[in-house]
Design a protein around this ligand. Structure first.
Ligand code: IPE
Ligand code: IPE
Ligand code: MG
Length: 240
């Protein structure tokens, strides 16, 4: 690990919006799909680096509920890449003691992809190192809507009293129920928005945006983000 991080606090949970694959490809005169392919390689490398650094949770935004609006060619290419990388991830997860979890509504995917996701989670569930969370067909509003639906059903079934609904109860209905809130959010490619990512969970997360395009992201960029995080004065609404 780079000397730069000596004595630094390593955030327990880093959330990533990996943006800029299309721009990376465009700059090189390549089709957008090539950017996504290169972006997958960067995801693999980032998982390995994060595991080595001792980050406990890494959550990446792989495909949003809005991304279905892209051309059918691009969506199709992303699904193919997803199929391919799920198999590679099994190897990487085993080699690095990584537990993989998916959040988002997986029911919209083809059955073979659903089977692949379930297999990846099942076969890595006992790994004790980094938890790598992939948000696919994920939207913060969709997650909250699904949670509210389940919660309302439990109320109607008499399993839950409305007056007993606390923040902890709401949290337990989310896809991230067993995952602590992110400490640091990194967005690549310079956009200053959340794009429907982890809307509940990011309430007190520190934000870091870099102009670096996702396929160019590397250990040095991650270290820069962690150094910046270490200079923050986290307050959680209190005073210091
Ligand atoms: C992020 O890169 C990957 C996905 C959203 C799947 P983009 O495809 O959004 O790349 P840009 O923003 O067009 O450069
Ligand atoms: C956010 O990137 C979603 C993912 C990284 C999967 P987008 O490129 O889809 O977001 P917008 O369109 O810039 O808000
Ligand atoms: Mg984008």
């Amino acid at each position: 690990m780079n000397q730069n991080l000596d004595g630094m606090v390593i955030p327990r949970h880093v959330a990533l919006i990996l943006d800029g694959n299309g721009r990376w490809a465009k700059k090189r005169g390549l089709p957008r799909t090539m950017g996504h392919k290169e972006g997958c390689v960067t995801v693999e490398k980032t998982v390995e680096v994060a595991a080595r650094m001792g980050i406990e949770y890494l959550t990446v935004y792989g495909f949003s509920t809005e991304n279905w609006k892209r051309s059918s060619d691009e969506v199709g290419a992303l699904m193919q890449l997803f199929r391919f990388y799920m198999v590679r991830l099994l190897k990487i997860a085993s080699a690095n003691n990584v537990r993989v979890k998916m959040i988002g509504d997986r029911t919209r995917f083809d059955q073979d992809i659903i089977d692949g996701i379930n297999r990846l989670e099942r076969e890595t569930k006992d790994n004790t190192g980094l938890t790598f969370v992939i948000a696919v067909n994920y939207g913060g509003r969709d997650e909250l809507t699904r949670a509210v639906r389940k919660l309302a059903a439990d109320c109607c079934a008499g399993k839950l009293e409305p007056s007993a609904i606390t923040e902890q109860v709401v949290n337990s209905y989310l896809d991230t129920a067993d995952i602590p809130d992110p400490d640091l959010l990194i967005r690549t490619s310079g956009e200053l928005r959340l794009s429907n990512y982890l809307l509940w969970q990011l309430a007190y997360t520190e934000l870091y945006v870099t102009d670096c395009l996702w396929p160019d992201f590397n250990q040095e960029e991650l270290e820069k983000a962690i150094l910046s995080y270490n200079r923050r004065d986290r307050r959680f609404g209190g005073v210091k």
